[in-house]
Design a protein around this ligand. Structure first.
Ligand code: ADP
Ligand code: MG
Length: 627
């Protein structure tokens, strides 16, 4: 079977890994880095992904998209907080979903995520010398149905066959427990850039059984950054007599970056200084404003108190749902960059009463586990069984807007449950089944996953029809629902068609667009390479000319080709023009070299030196012209 990779598509950073000789290994990206920032930048019709995108964020705040994972699979009315915080423009889509607006062109979060996936997979394919088409992608355990489906669709748009969606903490446990003998009860504490998951598992003899999971899909390290930004901006506003730096997208982006840097420094130091020169202009004097603030670890911990409080509850909930006391947890695995914050580690110690295990790499372990699962699904890893659970209860809306649960949270998946319902009115011809996800008793407080209708119910008194509703959760944690009227056997079913879930046609269109884009990217790169080759040849020719003299005819011919190369490199030239100009230049250079011995004047410079050998050497010279 073909090779398959594991991908940790993180809010902040993404990692790709593969099984190699029985162990999972991380695949470096083209820049040689093991993690890739989940950032996409749009510049003209070019897209940049990763470190290069992140590096230009301040100068291109509106065209740089990060933390897209906070939007994926969510409706517009669920993300108002996030919209306010983003330095790039987020708008409501025609379907009530979310779109990123880049200079008037709208992108779905799925498409932006697909760009990140494509970069990871393309780089990894190059590294492996083999095209990757299959992947296991991880999601926070606490992701709901729409978020899981949207992530699957992002994979499809990136041209991937998504073998499985698995939960990040479960993946971490899989990597950790792969070579473990004997039984262990483990708690995975995963606090990343934007999400928080707690999962309790039992590991033994290759069986990974999740007992419970809890979390918060909107809590992470960037909320800490945000707390610092709010403090900085408020202080600055006071001190500057009313200048609100948050109103300026570029200033906001600079504050976010400075806040993150300060937060990270405070993991090792007890004090740091945030310094942002030329952050704005004084409205009265029009002189530049400076922001300089000292931040101590104590002050930082005070600023993030409300966030730290929110860390405690899911841990307690997960223990309770697993029916375990803290003392029964044998190992605590810390996953995610934000677990480096000392105050977070302190809370873990307080709640669980033990030092966390330090053997796993918090940045890489999730992708490694996803690679293990990819190995399991493609047959290269044997004797590993993964039993995960559904994080949230699933039910239907019943009379009085009540949410009636069919599958309670923390049920092992895959699973299938049926329950029989009936009608509320006499001769009711149809019922609408409203599928809900969440723990609240009233329908309106839970997440609506979608509605579907079963009609053609024969005339009967209220309470007589027997309507069997069946929920199927597959191994990806995605729900399929059916309803059947028992007397006629008539059925209706859906794979949840949420308003924010893309339709097959939309996915198809996006796949094509992404492919076209990849093709355009490839062409642009090819053109750039051709220009590079031509320019390299030109530089070589100029050097040879300055070092050696040739016949006047050879000289003027070479000069003409150099001039042409110059103008082609600096304009919009076709690939054919570039190719033929390179050929002309090389042959003119050959002629020039041949004329050197014929020339009577001899060399002016170091005629014996300079690699003036075969034309291939000139073309392949491995330096690039300065730009
Ligand atoms: P995700 O899984 O969401 O992509 P990561 O696990 O990569 O996230 O964690 C990213 C978060 O961890 C960011 O908010 C980053 O600022 C934070 N982080 C990384 N290193 C440190 C550190 N040394 N101290 C504090 N926070 C850190
Ligand atoms: Mg993560």
């Amino acid at each position: 079977m073909a090779k398959a990779v594991g991908i940790d598509l993180g809010t902040t950073n993404s990692v790709i890994a593969i099984m190699e000789g029985g162990s999972p290994v991380v695949l470096e990206n083209a820049e040689g880095e093991r993690t890739t920032p989940s950032v996409v930048a749009f510049k003209g019709n070019e897209q940049l992904v990763g470190r290069v995108a992140r590096r230009q964020a301040v100068l291109n705040a509106e065209g740089t998209v990060f933390e897209i994972k906070r939007f994926i699979g969510r409706r517009w009315d669920e993300v108002q907080e996030e919209v306010k915080r983003a330095p790039y423009k987020v708008v409501q889509g025609p379907d009530g979903g979310v779109r990123v607006d880049i200079a008037g062109k709208l992108y779905t979060p799925e498409e932006v995520s697909a760009m990140i996936l494509r970069k990871l997979v393309d780089d990894a394919s190059k590294k492996l010398g083999e095209k990757i088409t299959k992947a296991v992608i991880t999601v926070p355990a606490y992701f709901n149905n729409s978020q899981r489906e949207a992530t699957t669709n992002a994979g499809k748009i990136a041209g991937l066959d998504v073998l499985r969606i698995i939960n990040e903490p479960t993946a971490a446990a899989l990597a950790y427990g792969l070579d473990k003998k004997g039984d262990e009860t483990v708690l995975v504490f995963d606090l990343g850039g934007g999400t928080f998951d707690v999962t309790v598992l039992e590991i033994g003899d290759g069986v990974f059984k999740v007992l419970s999971t809890a979390g918060d899909t909107r809590l992470g390290g960037s909320d800490m950054d945000q707390a610092i930004v709010t403090w900085l901006a408020d202080e600055f506003k006071k001190e500057s007599g009313g200048v609100d730096l948050r109103a300026d997208r570029q200033a906001l982006q600079r504050m976010i970056e400075a806040a993150e840097k300060a937060k990270m420094e405070l993991s090792n130091l007890t004090e740091t200084t945030i310094s942002l020169p030329f952050i704005g202009l004084d409205p009265v004097s029009k002189t530049p404003l400076y922001l300089e603030k000292k931040l101590t670890r104590a002050k930082f911990e005070e600023l993030i108190q409300p966030l730290l409080k929110r860390v405690r509850q899911p841990v307690e909930q997960a223990l309770k749902d697993a029916n375990l006391s803290a003392a029964q947890i044998q190992e605590v695995l810390l996953v995610g960059g934000a677990t480096r914050v000392p105050a977070v580690q302190q809370i873990v110690k307080e709640v669980l009463g033990k030092e966390p295990n330090r053997t796993v790499n918090p940045d890489e372990v999730v992708a490694l586990g996803a690679a293990v699962q990819a190995g399991v699904l493609t047959g290269s890893v044997e004797d590993v069984v993964l039993l995960d659970v559904t994080p949230l209860s699933l039910g239907v809306e019943t009379k009085g807007s009540v949410s009636t649960v069919l599958i309670p949270r923390n049920t092992t998946v895959p699973t299938r449950r049926s329950e029989t319902f009936t009608t509320a009115d006499n001769n009711q011809p149809s019922v609408e089944i409203h599928v809900l996800q969440g723990e609240r008793p009233m329908a309106g407080d839970n997440k609506s996953l979608g509605r579907f209708k079963l009609d053609g119910i024969p005339p009967m008194m209220a309470g007589m029809p027997q309507i069997e509703v069946t929920f199927d959760i597959d191994a990806n944690g995605i729900l399929h629902a059916t309803a059947k009227e028992k007397s006629t056997g008539k059925e209706a079913s859906i794979t949840i068609q949420n308003t924010t879930t893309l339709s097959e046609q939309e996915i198809d269109r996006m796949v094509k667009e992404a492919e076209a884009n990849a093709e355009a990217d490839r062409k642009r790169r090819e053109s750039a390479d051709l220009k590079n080759s031509l320019d390299t040849a030109r530089i070589q020719a100029e050097r040879v000319m300055s070092e050696k003299q040739s016949t006047p005819e050879a000289k003027s011919r070479l000069e003409a080709t150099i001039a042409k190369a110059h103008s082609l490199v600096n304009s919009d030239s076709s690939d054919a023009e570039l190719r033929s100009a390179t050929e002309e230049l090389v042959s003119a250079l050959q002629a020039y070299e041949q004329g050197v011995s014929a020339s009577t004047t001899g060399g002016t410079g170091n005629s014996g030196q300079g690699g003036t050998g075969k034309p291939e050497d000139v073309i392949d010279a491995d330096f690039k012209p300065a730009d």
